[in-house]
Write a protein that binds this ligand. Sequence first.
Ligand code: NAP
Length: 269
Amino acid sequence: MTTKIGITGAAGRMGRTLIEAIAASSDDLQLAAAIEHPESSLLGADAGELAGLGKNGVVVVASLDAVISNIDVLIDFTVPAATIANVQACAEQGIGIVIGTTGFTAEQQAIIDTAAMKTAICKASNFSTGVNVCFKLLDMAARVLGDDVDIEVYEAHHRHKVDAPSGTALSMGQVVADALDRDLDKVAVYGREGQTGARERETIGFATVRAGDIVGDHTVTFAAEGERVEITHKASSRMSFGRGAVRAAGWLKAQNAGLYDMQDVLGLK
Ligand code: NAP
């Protein structure tokens, strides 16, 4: 049966990629609505043309409310405040929502957790299949290498990214911390400068680079005396995220209320 998908932030970098990913997916996934914010200059544009495809007849509109009854699942890659409003609207209507936005506060995350009691939500800091395989590898590496190594997370993204470290870097740190039974809030070190003193073994360091058009690089280093293991993922196109999010939307339609992630979609749990 067809899954009718709506996209918020349709004119954004990921929005356009998602329109393309739906067009390239199987026939049972269909773009049914494209939404931008009320001040967008692209309201009224054809969503297919926005994504560099031919016309698809789906016109960009200013309000989720106007189209929510026409969709089965919403995919939202926007900004935290917009996502929170959209999550609440979806929860009220029992519409599933795939959340790609990153950079939520603890209060905003609590709103998402509450909404997940009413509707199915799939939220992931990174929807690429490769990154989700890396999460599995990181868990294994951390358990085996344990307290004998220093662990550092490095990430690089394009110059337009507004939050740091990336949600993916934080998820990688969380996977490692969970495997080692450490509290990430206590052991994370975000950047270093000046007289930092020697490194404490328990800490997990994060380093951020923002430059040019880098789509997304992540490396976790496990460094011991005499050897080091590095697990690296490099995204060269946003389609890796787009394909994953569209796959998640198709999967989510059949799920009960609850909070899921890409590991659930891929059956990696
Ligand atoms: P972007 O190009 O800035 O796109 C965001 C879009 O949302 C823009 O078109 C923006 O419009 C629009 N928007 C803002 N407020 C809105 C509202 N109230 N209603 C509807 N649309 C609204 O950013 P991006 O690179 O696509 O990234 C978006 C988010 O996805 C970021 O948080 C990023 O970190 C995250 N992301 C996640 C993954 C993942 O796999 N989970 C992958 C890539 C990116 P204006 O530009 O006109 O304000």
